[in-house]
Design a binder for this molecule. Structure first.
Ligand code: PMP
Length: 528
């Protein structure tokens, strides 16, 4: 049985058939830099220019010689890899390195603590859980403080030192309650009923429309794509999605979502009722450059509005840099390029250097909850092999005063220049070129009105990008995929070592592709 048919029969039946239908049914056996190799029918190795870059996990390319050498050295030394429940030296050194880089780049003085995981979605979920732990801890402290005030009010009235303010029941929050019993006991019972209901409200998370934060039970709730999310929406978290380009809506959300606990205040022999803001929003989760949603970068102004909102309502800002971070956009953190500072950062993808599966959730030290050490863990997290590879990657990115970041910026500009040339030659085919550094999207015009049934059909099913990916692989030996949730955006995420020749190869291939689309010469797209 060939690997392809075993994959289709035992692993992914549907995707296996899709790959076959589109001509993407190849098995790669070797990889170096920006090149993957598969065998043709004669058994010859066929090189393919890989511009998908492991869904953005290969900023240093496939099998970078220095990373491979480092991995071999670790294995040759029989290094302890699974020494759980001990002082994990490699994880510690990686945590320190990540904290230093974040502080260097953002200018934030406070160190960050790292919680390690095995995938991007896991880092997102660690951030979600940690932020919720902070919120419930805050809520419990507030409830305790209020309980003490209510007790003091009761004592003061009973001892005759104070009386209940005649307007005490007038607060809007008490209006829905049954007619209150007179006196302090009636008031305290009404406040108690209101507060008990508030304390059990489900927390709210905010995320941006078009967001992608993963596909695990928790993270998929924060992922905008309805196809991925809705089958599981009853499992989890309450999320409100905010359009990226309408930051003015944030004020309204702050107002809509404001929840208050009631407290009493004793002054001048009177017991008054006052409102205390309840922490109802756990966190705001943002990608500084949305990837799967079609490569959309947050502007500095949008970032500022989000940061201000979080400060105002006292909620945490989680910056998901799983795809945009680790040098992808020309800096360690894409958010640093727009001056946006997070309480949390999530990292993964290129952190593993193309060999290890590793992710990190970073949180400001002053927010860190000690018990999180124990209540969030995984057998494989913090393993010495992945941690050591990840530290090597961080060292390589930071070497020579950030040479890799400069290289990504320069290569990205060169790539975008070429794509812009194509866009001006084919404005009828290419709608927009977007992105930052080597995180680039080519948005194609909708083909819903095309005369060709092939194009119209693929536009209708959202499969245009996949059809073109199959064509580019078969005819041009170039590997490009559309973004996960926007099928008409081709993602281009090569390594920092992208050469001029590779850019020119892509130019030639896309030029031929644009011509096919312009003249609706679609037989070329579907011919084997
Ligand atoms: N967050 C972002 C921004 C991502 O792009 C992704 C993956 N595309 C994830 C989270 C989830 O990462 P993983 O696939 O490793 O779970």
């Amino acid at each position: 049985m060939s690997a392809t048919s075993a994959f289709t029969e035992f692993v992914q039946p549907q995707m296996g058939r899709v790959f076959t239908a589109l001509g993407l049914d190849v098995e790669y056996e070797r990889a170096e830099g920006n090149t993957l190799y598969h065998r043709d029918d004669q058994g010859e190795l066929v090189p393919v220019l890989d511009l998908m870059g492991g869904y953005g996990s290969l900023i240093l390319g496939h099998n970078h010689p220095e990373i491979v050498a480092h991995a071999k050295e670790l294995l040759d030394q029989n290094r302890a890899v699974h020494a759980q429940f001990s002082l994990r030296g490699e994880a510690g050194r990686l945590g320190a390195a990540l904290s230093d880089v974040v502080r260097r780049e953002t200018g934030i003085k406070e160190p960050y603590l790292a919680t390690f995981g095995n995938s991007g979605a896991e880092a997102v979920e660690a951030a979600v859980k940690h932020a919720e732990l902070v919120r419930v801890t805050k809520a419990a402290a507030l409830a305790e403080e209020i309980a003490a005030h209510l007790e003091a009010a009761r004592d003061a009235v009973r001892s005759g030192a104070a009386t209940v303010d005649p307007d005490a029941h007038q607060l809007p929050a008490l209006q829905g309650q049954a007619a209150p019993a007179a006196g302090i006991e009636g008031l305290l019972a009404a406040i108690g009923a209101h507060n008990a209901a508030v304390l059990t409200t489900k927390p709210l998370f905010l995320a941006l429309e078009r967001s992608f934060h993963g596909k695990l039970v928790g993270s998929v709730q924060l992922t905008y794509n309805a196809g991925f999310r809705t089958p599981f929406q009853n499992l989890g978290t309450r999320v409100r999605f905010v359009p990226m380009d309408r930051p003015e809506l944030l004020d309204r959300i702050a107002e809509d979502e404001r929840v208050v606990l009631l407290d009493t205040e004793l002054a001048d022999g009177r017991v008054r009722v006052v409102e205390r803001d309840f922490p109802a929003i756990t966190a705001f989760m943002v990608e500084p450059v949305q990837g799967e949603g079609g490569i959309h970068a947050l502007t500095a102004e949008q970032g500022r509005a989000i940061r201000l909102f979080c400060n105002k309502v006292g909620t945490a800002l989680i910056i998901d840099e799983v795809q945009s971070g680790m040098g992808r956009c020309g800096a360690f953190l894409a958010s640093s390029l727009i001056g946006l500072r997070g309480d949390y950062y999530t990292l993964s993808k290129s952190l593993g250097g193309g060999l290890a599966k590793v992710s990190a959730m970073l949180v400001r030290r002053s927010l860190y909850q000690g018990e999180f050490d124990l209540i969030h863990s995984s057998t494989f997290a913090m393993d010495d092999f992945s941690s050591s590879i990840a530290r090597k990657v961080v060292e390589m990115l930071e070497a020579d005063d950030g040479r890799v970041y400069r290289q990504v910026t320069e290569r990205g500009e060169r790539l975008v220049e070429m794509l812009a040339d194509l866009k001006s030659a084919y404005p009828d085919v290419i709608e927009e070129i977007r992105g930052k550094g080597l995180f680039v999207g080519v948005q194609l015009r909708d083909q819903g009105e095309a005369r060709s049934m092939v194009l119209r059909g693929s536009a209708y099913t959202g499969a245009l990008g996949y059809l073109l990916s199959g064509y580019l692989l078969r005819q041009e030996r170039i590997r490009i995929a559309p973004t996960g949730s926007a099928g008409n955006v081709l993602r281009i995420q090569p390594s920092a070592h992208l050469t001029d020749e590779e850019i020119e190869r892509l130019r030639g291939a896309l030029d031929r592709l644009c011509r096919i689309l312009r003249y609706e010469d679609t037989l070329h797209l579907v011919h084997p």
